[in-house]
Write a protein of this length. Sequence first.
Length: 160
Amino acid sequence: MIKKVFDNFEELLGSVILVVMAVITFANVVTRYFILYALAFTEEVTIYLFVWLVMLGTAIAFKKGANLSMTFVYDKLPARGKKLCFFASTALSLAFFALLAYLGYVQVSDEIALSVTSPSLAIPMWWYTVSLPVFSVLIIVRIMQAAAETVRGDEFRRGC
């Protein structure tokens, strides 16, 4: 049960976020049309939820091996070149998301220390930006899972 939840965590949370975004945006359209009044908070919430959704989508892409890759060059490489390319791209991806996690942590720490709040709702900004370090760590886990799965296989199917 726990494994199933962890394996589908991104899809479940992403679905909830997408529904919330759709409902909030639809509510804003309805109030603007019928009451001639726009709900100010909807843009803020939708934009920040979109950041969460992008990070979740990135984790899903790495989990499913659907991340961007340059297969044109990769497919022409010999087996040894494919392995080298695979390990290099995996290492670079891990380094990038580790840096993003660290910088996200620094940003969240600063926002907590300075008590920064959002413009419309006055919600602590770290509620929004905590997605960067948290989901960067999740993406790192998914990259390592995908790499382990690929290494266990006979063929390096993923591109660079």
